[in-house]
Design a protein around this ligand. Structure first.
Ligand code: SAH
Ligand code: SF4
Length: 425
């Protein structure tokens, strides 16, 4: 009998990377591998890496280093490194010299390289069925790459130019997922608003087609870029049936001067106008954002404009980052005089302010009735079900397992910083 082969896939970074790993695991499954939860059990180890910030890279270095011993104990073990870190030539070189026990270093186009390394037939991206976690949710990449070249960001360098998937292929995939009982679909792209520049069907048209599929479900998407997010799109979402009322709209900075240096393509005023437009059109919307602190040349005045903007908009939550210099980006050559300790102090101030805002922001939902998809994952006690509202907010309520995968109306009676509580009506 042939030996059962076991694969361990570890993923760092963004949802796109997780979606890529789901494809890889799906492919491995068809080749007879079974997924395992620890590297010690595995015959094949794949690390799908992230290059967006230095601390993500440091984690990879540490974890790859720890594999050396495994390889010594089990020389037939195959270890492959892929993803955004390995797409950078200087980094691929570094891995080769520092970790000579690695079997292959293959970049972001994993499905193109992996089959030949493990002795399998070539496959195409569209043909591989991903192995998805959970029963009711699914990530669906709609495009790859980025054309925006924000001056701090390595993504365009490692993921290449924007390429959109064919709309027909996306629509048939989502239709299949809904038929399978999945109700929580997340469309992925670095800038979903420029989806279809190359295929001719724009993001709004894609959403319209998906919204019209049979059934009740939630289609959410990330990431929206403020410079390309059009008012017509917001108008459409306001009247859609199944499109999420969550808008993740990364602002990065509240200072027009810094936004310009970042090459973001919008000003503070344009951002505020867009956010307010979305709030007015979709009063129940949840707005979230990304904020970058300590960009080269940023001063305390600029930073205070960021604090002022987040107070003004009142984001439900924000992902906050300290600037990390990335080789090959434009900003890597900008003068960066502010010491790290000072940036850290600004960062703590930002966390404080946003923490205060987040703590109270869900109070606006108390007394309201929200449509909630019951997911059951991450419950806090056995009697409680966990669900997700059309705003993308976690909602806890008492209910039985027969509701899993279904939608219910929940009257909200309590707001926590990261979740809501309520009762079925
Ligand atoms: N395409 C998305 C985000 C991709 S990266 C967008 O345009 O919003 C996710 C977040 O990481 C960014 O929004 C930014 O806040 C942060 N980020 C990107 N490059 C960074 C860097 N060099 N240092 C610190 N944070 C960074
Ligand atoms: Fe990076 Fe900007 Fe592209 Fe987002 S839009 S991936 S921040 S370059």
């Amino acid at each position: 009998m042939e030996k059962i082969r076991k694969a361990y896939v570890k993923t760092y970074g963004c949802k796109q990377n997780f979606a890529d790993s789901e494809k890889v695991t799906g492919l491995l499954l068809t080749l007879g591998y079974i997924p395992v939860k620890t590297p010690e059990e595995a015959d094949l180890i794949i690390f799908n890496t992230c290059a967006v910030r230095e601390n993500a890279e440091q984690r990879v270095f540490g974890n790859v280093g720890a594999l050396k011993k495994l390889k010594e104990d089990k020389p037939e073990l195959v270890i492959i490194l892929c993803g955004c870190m390995t797409q950078q030539p200087h980094m691929a070189e570094y891995f080769k010299t520092k970790f000579p026990f690695l079997d292959a270093i293959i970049g972001t186009d994993i499905l193109a390289s992996l089959p030949s390394i493990i002795g399998a037939e070539p496959v195409s991206y569209e043909d591989v069925k991903p192995l998805r976690e959970g029963k009711y949710s699914a990530n669906v990449p709609i495009m790859n790459g980025c054309d925006n070249f924000c001056t701090y960001c390595v993504v365009p360098l490692v993921r290449g130019r924007e390429v959109s998937r064919e709309p027909a292929s996306i629509i048939s995939e989502v239709k299949g997922l809904i038929e399978e009982g999945r109700r929580d679909i997340l469309l992925l792209g670095q800038n979903v608003n420029s989806y279809g520049k190359d295929t001719g069907t724009g993001f709004k048209e894609l959403l319209q087609e998906l919204d019209n599929l049979d059934g009740e479900f939630i289609i959410s998407y990330m990431t929206s870029h403020p410079k390309d997010c059009k008012k017509e799109l917001i108008d459409f979402i306001a009247e859609s049936r199944n499109i999420s009322r969550h808008l993740h709209l990364p602002v990065q900075s509240g200072s027009s001067r810094i936004l310009k240096l970042m090459n973001r393509g919008y000003s503070r005023e344009q951002y505020i106008e867009l956010a307010e437009y979305a709030r007015n059109k979709i009063p129940e919307i949840s707005l979230t954002t990304d904020i970058l602190v300590g960009f080269p040349g940023e001063n305390y005045e600029d930073f205070k404009e960021t604090l002022d903007l987040i107070e003004k908009i009142g984001f439900d939550s924000a992902y906050t980052f300290i600037y990390s210099k990335r080789k090959g980006t434009a900003a890597a050559d900008f003068a960066d005089p502010v010491p790290a300790e000072e940036k850290s102090a600004w960062f703590r101030e930002l966390l404080d302010v946003q923490g205060r805002i987040s703590e109270r922001s869900y109070e606006k939902f108390i007394g309201k009735t929200l449509r909630v998809l019951c997911l059951g994952e991450g419950r806090t006690s056995p009697e409680l079900l966990t669900g997700k509202s059309r705003q993308g907010i976690i909602v806890d309520f008492a209910g039985g397992d027969e509701l899993l995968g279904k939608f219910v109306d929940i009257k909200i009676n309590k707001a926590l910083p990261w979740a809501l509580k309520g009762e079925i009506i």
